[in-house]
Design a protein around this ligand. Sequence first.
Ligand SMILES: Nc1ncnc2c1ncn2[C@@H]1O[C@H](COP(=O)(O)OP(=O)(O)OP(=O)(O)O)[C@@H](O)[C@H]1O
Length: 247
Amino acid sequence: MSPLLELKKLTYQAQHKMILDIPEFQIETGEFLGIMGPNGAGKSTLLKVLAFLDQQTSGEILYRGQAIPNGNAPLELRRKFSIALQQSLLLDGTVFDNIAIGLTLRKVSKSIIKEKVEQWMELFAVSHLSKKNALYLSGGEAQRVNLARAMIVEPEILFLDEPFSALDFPTKIRLMEDFKGIIEEAQTTTVFVSHDLMEIHYLTTKLAIIVNGEIKQVGPTPRVLEHPNSSTVSFLNEWKKFYPVAR
Ligand SMILES: Nc1ncnc2c1ncn2[C@@H]1O[C@H](COP(=O)(O)OP(=O)(O)OP(=O)(O)O)[C@@H](O)[C@H]1O
C-alpha cells in the first residue's frame, strides 16, 4: 500500500539558500510523527510544504501514491488536512463559532454543527466556555479551542507546529494528556513539530530529526532516542542531559 504522504527529491530554496533537501520521506497512515531539530533547521518549512501551504522549489509530493501538482493541491485534498500553530489565531467570536468554523465553511447543517461542536467541546473540556469570546481566553483555553477546531473536521492528517510551547508546565501536561487520548481514539495521522523532547517522547510514535534542512535520522521514537546516529547524537545528547529518556 502507498504511504499517505511521500516526498521525492524535494528541495525548498529561499533567497538562493537551500532550506530543505529531502531525497525521500514517507508518512504512513496512523503514525504520530514528531519533527525535531535545532532552531532554523527547516521544521516549520517542512510542515508548510507537507500541508500544501507553501510550494517546494523542486521535487514531488505524493498523496496515496498520486503526485500532487506543485502549488495546485485540490481543495478536496486540502480539506482533508488540519493545522494548528503555536499561536491559536482564534477569531473575534464565541468559542462555539470558532470551533464550528471548518464545518460552517463546508456548509454542514446547523443541527449537525451543534451536535459536533458540543461533542468536541466536551472532549477538549471547554464546554463551559461555549459562549465566551475566544479573544479573551487564557493561553491553555485558547489552545484547547484551537485543537478542537482542528479536530472537528475529522482530518486525515493533523499538522501541529509547537502547539504546547507557550503553555505553563501544569497546563501543558493536562492538555497533552487529554490530547493524546483524543488522538489515540480518533487514530488521526499527526505531524508534530516540537522543540521539546518531553513532548516528543510522550506523544510521538515516529521521530524525524532535521538539521540544516536534511532529515538526519528517522525511525520509531524510542529507537531514535536510544540510538542516535553520528549526525544526531550531539543534538539529542544536549537534550538528554536535562530530560534523560534514554542514554
Ligand atoms: N521565505 C523565506 N525566505 C528566506 N528565508 C527563509 C524563508 N523561509 C524560511 N527561511 C529560512 O529557512 C530556515 C528554516 O526556517 P524554519 O522556520 O523552517 O526553521 P525551524 O526549524 O522551524 O526553526 P525554529 O525552530 O526556529 O522555529 C531559517 O533560516 C529561515 O530563516
